[in-house]
Design a protein around this ligand. Sequence first.
Ligand SMILES: [Fe+2]
Length: 248
Amino acid sequence: MAKNSRRHFLQTGLAVTASGLLLPSLATPTEASGELGAYGDFIAQQTPQPTPAELAAPRLRELAIPAAQAPVNFRLTETNILGPYHRQNAPYRAKITPPLEPGVVLVIKGRVWGQNTRRVLPGTVIDIWQANAQGRYDNDDPQRPPAANLFVNRARVVTDENGYYEYETVHPGPYQIGPRAWRPAHIHYWVRKAGYRDLVTQLYFRGDLHQREDQFIRQSLIIDLRQIRTPHGTYKAGVFDIVLAPRA
Ligand SMILES: [Fe+2]
C-alpha cells in the first residue's frame, strides 16, 4: 500500500525504527565539537599512554578483577527462586539505584560463560532487581504500586565483548517473610542469552546471619565482598561469574 511505502515515510519526514519509535528523517548527524585545543593537550599530558604490553593484556586486568576471584569452574550457576517482586522492562543502565539512594555503595562485576564452549558470552542480558537498604522493593506495597515507568533498584545490563558486566548499587537489606523466616540480603538475576537456557537466580553475601533463617539460599550463590577505599570514601565490591547451560 502506497501510504506504507518507504517513500511515503520519507515524504512525511518520518521513519520507523526496529523499536517502533519514530525518527525524523530530516534529522542531521550530531556535530562533532571540533578540536579539543588546550584542554585536549592537558588531558593528553595527564593521561599516561598504555604500554604495548598493557595494550596486549586482556581488558579484565585493566578492570582489576583480582586473579584469585577470576577462575571459573564451569559448573552451571545454580538457579534460585524468582520471588514475587520481578517487573518486566526495567531500563538498561549500569546503576541500579536512583541518585543518592541511601545505603552502602556496592559494585558487582563478573563475566558470563557458556558451559558448552567455555567461552565468554557477549550480549547477554542480565535483568537485576533488589530490595533497598531497608529490605523494601518498589512494588511490595499493593496499596501504593509504583508508576509504570518508574523503576527503583532495578535495571538491565548487557555483557560487553568480553562477556563482562559491572554495575553500581547499594547493599540490599534483609527482609522478614514469616515469624522465624527471613530472606537474607540478596540480588535477583534473570539472565538471557540466545542459544542458552534462561537462568533465574540470586546472589548472596558471606557473613549474613539471616542466611540461617532462609530455606531458599544456595551456598554456591554466596559471594565475598571486599572493602574498597578511595579518597572520597569507601564502598564494597564483589565478583559474581555466571555459567549458562546451552539450550537443548
Ligand atoms: Fe527478593
